[in-house]
Design a protein around this ligand. Structure first.
Ligand code: ZN
Length: 883
């Protein structure tokens, strides 16, 4: 089929001359080669005879030639790992069909037909967790992006929308609960203890939104009455023992439904909404129409087993998947290059939702921290791609921080430029204009232009160009005129395939502070849309302190020529909470990058200690914000500025600064820990904030005086009534050599034996610890009876955590790199999608000093040399080596 295949000789295609940089791999798919489908499937009926070992699927497709298609007589149906058991056209044995690789080609004479296809599926041995698979004795599906073709032959592309009717039948004892998309129409009993259910989804949808679940599940039920007064039955389905941990997910769902009505005017459109929690899952969750399927870690939460961070994760992901009902499902994507159309927009929506549910500035700081730690490195590395990519080999590799998080930032900039009311007019127009359609990013931009009244001609570059723009700022003060001029210069760095960039429109919120009064004359929005731009402001007797990119209005790297005094001033006085946080981060960043070159700067360290001291003492800062302000910039972020660098040296420098702060501020940190420890458990902001600062205080104290901190951590662990305190204490303790460490790790394991999500934490606490022996520990944990390579959560908790543990992963011996490469090789045949996600860690070798970089490369070469690598891993490895 057209989007699933590419010209056999790409270099023979004249259009590709300008794309000579593309890997000349026949498997590369290009955005510019999109053509509409030749055939449409307005309706599909699926009949499942369910079994864990063997499931039979009969698909009945009503196919109609697309009047806007190319007139191809042949119906191209994607398949993956499927055999044709039976194929009928209009009720008679099909003739003249053939297989092209794993796809089915069926020549059809007329303009419409009914095609019946029978396939056999083996869910119990489906370790890829794509298509129909078994998890913990139940059956479930994952079809995004291209999993439906592992269930039946189908034009598995998001611009083919069909009405689904699903009948599922199976043993009533094995599968008491039978769920699919839409509304339950009918149920009945069959012979020999069997039963069935018939589901009907009235909303046409692409195949990636199909889902079914069958198994022994129990429901937390509630209802929601929509803005137009329709009552919706809600259910969160889990394994029997997990029911008491579903309250937060249900509350989050109800809050999401209400919020989307209030903020975006979006109402739910079915009589039922089901969420199912599954313990084997490749990603966070999936927005299947009316039947969201979740990784258990984003559903289950109670105070004893989930941290405050986990609670936020549940709320955010429940919101995210629910919001997809409009941004993704009612309006879907034309092709997978448009992925950010639904993901970037939906991430923005979930960020806005979480901000409204909690603290807006704290949420903004968290989101920017994620962007800097995950997206900036991607955008400056071999896997950099625009939020709307131009080509891919395996689409699963493009569910990235760039498409999701930078995609959200890009739409957030439209929100900033338009303001909330006009932005809402833009989204209203978008939903209205494209309801029921498979749309493009261009459609979204146009709706924003028409609805919000924005001119986004140049703004489209944010969709086209990869790379984090660098903005240099310098100020000039003219004493005689009392005028300050801000000079900006933007540089969009070269990225693979995009050596030369055009200047982009960069919206920056700016405020100029009078240093004596600590006030400014109002915030302004500047848009830098050329290589260089200058703006003059007058009315200043003295040079003001300049606060730029307030609220992080643009996803850029700002390099401001400023004095430490400016940062110190802003850290103390900026009225934009984000800017205040940012000033302190900048000051610390400056100190760390300087210290690695020529040792600590005593004056600056003193200023940092004073600023942190002020943060500890300021009653005007709530504890949730205080906790953010106490966190130092991540090594991944620092590596973006220092590269190529020795990450371990950077890490040690950072630890030394923590020790310095912890030593100088010992008394107030202890006072803070004591004060926070006295606040009883609650889910309110004050109690949550107390738990956050409690652990942050411990972290700083531990760097300064490990022995004293170990005693405090042990006390915190033993007194803990909740997972936040317990995990925080153990996190600190896991990095300190003391008898309590092994004792409490063993206690933790025994206390939560059998709770998979908490055992994941137990693995993660050890793999992420500051213990110098962590690689030995990881090796031993890989042989622990609780470890299994088949479960993505478990694999991530051990190995992703280790790959993010700077001192461990970057161990000079190269052992950390080797362990990750070994994992990739072992995991690739089992779960290619999850295996490929480990490649970017090794692919970051250009940011690392030459000795380690060579070791990282050697591991990538070793992976590349393996025969039969998956498409997923192959693409990431080859791009990481030569991208
Ligand atoms: Zn999403």
């Amino acid at each position: 089929m057209d989007i699933a295949s590419t010209p056999s000789n790409p270099s023979g295609n004249p259009e590709m001359a300008d794309a000579a940089f593309e890997p000349h791999d026949p498997a590369t798919i290009f955005r510019k080669n999109y053509t509409p489908p030749s055939w449409l499937v307005p309706e599909i009926r699926l009949d499942f005879d369910l079994g864990l070992e063997l499931t039979r699927c009969v698909a009945t497709l009503t196919v109609r030639r697309n009047p806007d298609g190319d007139g191809d007589q042949t119906l191209h149906l994607c398949g993956d790992n499927l055999a044709v058991m039976r194929l009928l056209v209009d009720g008679a044995e099909a003739e003249g069909w053939s297989m092209s690789g794993s796809n089915l080609l069926l020549p059809l004479p007329g303009a419409s037909h009914v095609v019946t296809i029978e396939t056999q599926l083996h869910p119990a041995t489906n370790s890829q967790l794509m298509g129909l698979y078994a998890s913990g004795g139940m059956l479930c599906t994952q079809c995004e992006a291209e999993g439906f073709r592992r269930i039946t032959f189908f034009p598995d592309r998001p611009d083919v929308l069909s009405k689904y009717t699903v009948r599922m039948e199976g043993d009533a004892a094995t599968f008491p609960v039978l769920l699919s998309n839409g509304n339950l129409v009918e149920t009945g009993k069959g012979e020999a203890g069997r039963h069935w259910a018939l589901w009907d989804d009235p909303w046409p949808k692409p195949s990636y939104l199909f889902a079914l679940v069958a198994g022994q599940l129990v429901a937390n039920r509630d209802t929601f009455t929509t803005m137009s007064g329709r009552k919706v039955d809600l259910a969160v389905w889990v394994r029997e023992g997990d029911l008491e941990r579903t309250g937060h997910a249900m509350r989050s769902l109800i809050a999401s439904m209400k919020w989307d009505e209030e903020v975006f005017g979006r109402e739910y459109d079915l009589d039922q909404f089901n969420i199912v929690a599954v313990s084997d899952f490749n990603m966070g969750a999936m927005e299947n129409k009316g039947l969201n399927i979740f990784n258990t870690r984003y559903v289950l939460a109670d105070p004893e087993t989930a941290t405050d961070g986990d609670y936020d994760g549940v709320e955010g992901v429940v919101g995210h998947e629910y919001f997809h009902n409009w941004s993704g499902n009612r309006v879907t994507c034309r092709d997978w290059f448009q992925l950010s159309l639904k993901e970037g927009f939906t991430v923005l929506r979930d960020q806005m939702f979480s901000a409204d549910m909690g603290s807006e500035p704290v949420k903004r700081i968290e989101d920017v921290r994620i962007l800097r730690a995950a997206q900036f490195p991607e955008d400056s590395g071999p896997l950099a791609h625009p939020i709307r990519p131009d080509s891919y080999q395996e689409i699963s590799n493009f569910y990235t921080a760039t498409v999701y998080n930078k995609g959200a930032e890009v739409i957030r900039m439209m929100h900033t430029l338009a303001g909330p009311e006009r932005f809402r007019k833009g989204t209203d127009l978008y939903f209205d204009r494209h309801d029921g359609e498979a749309a493009t990013c261009e459609d979204f931009i146009r709706a924003m232009e028409d609805g919000a009244g924005l001119d986004l001609a140049q703004f489209r570059l944010w969709y086209e160009q990869a790379g984090t723009p660098k903005v240099l700022m310098r100020s000039e003060f003219d004493q005689s005129k009392g005028a300050v001029t801000l000079h900006f210069e933007q540089k969009v760095p070269a990225t693979p395939g995009q050596p030369v960039k055009k200047p982009m429109p960069i919206p920056l919120k700016v405020a100029l502070f009078d240093r004596d009064s600590a006030r400014h004359g109002g915030e302004r929005l500047l848009v830098i849309d050329k290589d260089k731009a200058s703006f003059t402001f007058d009315g200043f007797a003295r040079p003001p302190a300049i606060s730029v990119n307030r609220g992080f209005t643009a996803p850029i790297q700002l390099e401001a020529e400023s004095h430490d005094d400016d940062l110190i001033f802003l850290a103390a006085h900026d009225d934009d909470a984000f800017a205040r946080y940012e000033a302190l981060q900048q000051l610390v960043t400056r100190e760390l990058l300087g210290a690695i070159e020529h040792g600590p700067d005593e004056a600056r360290r003193g200023a940092i200690v004073d600023a942190v001291g002020a943060v500890l003492a300021d009653p005007g800062i709530d504890d949730l914000m205080r906790g953010e302000l106490l966190m130092l910039p991540t090594i991944t972020f620092l590596l973006e500025l220092a590269a190529p660098a020795d990450p371990v040296a950077l890490h040690r420098t950072r630890e030394r600064l923590k020790a310095h702060i912890g030593t100088r501020l010992r008394a107030p940190l202890i006072a803070l820990h004591d004060r926070a420890s006295a606040i009883p458990y609650g889910l309110d902001a004050a109690a949550r904030g107390a738990r956050k600062v409690k652990t942050q205080a411990l972290v700083l104290l531990a760097a300064a005086d490990p022995k004293e901190a170990a005693a405090r951590a042990e006390a915190q662990y033993r007194a803990a009534t909740n997972m936040t305190d317990r995990q925080g204490a153990l996190m600190v303790l896991a990095g300190i050599d003391s008898p309590a460490r092994s004792e409490l790790l063993a206690d933790f394991h025994a206390r939560f034996a059998g709770n998979a999500l908490v055992i994941d934490k137990w693995f993660g606490l050890q793999a992420g610890s500051l213990d110098p022996k962590v690689l030995d520990t990881v090796e031993a944990l890989a042989r622990h009876p609780d470890f299994t390579i088949k479960n993505p959560n478990r694999v991530r908790s051990l190995y992703m955590t280790m790959a993010g543990n700077i001192a461990a992963f970057h161990d000079e011996s190269g052992r950390g790199y080797r362990m990750i490469a070994d994992l990739v090789l072992a995991l690739d045949p089992i779960n290619a999608q999850t295996a490929a996600r480990f490649i970017p860690a090794l692919g970051r070798w250009r940011k690392i000093e030459p000795g380690r970089a060579a070791l990282m490369r050697a591991e990538l070469e070793r992976i590349a040399a393996a025969p039969d690598l998956s498409k997923d891993t192959r693409e990431q490895v080859s791009k990481s080596l030569d991208g």
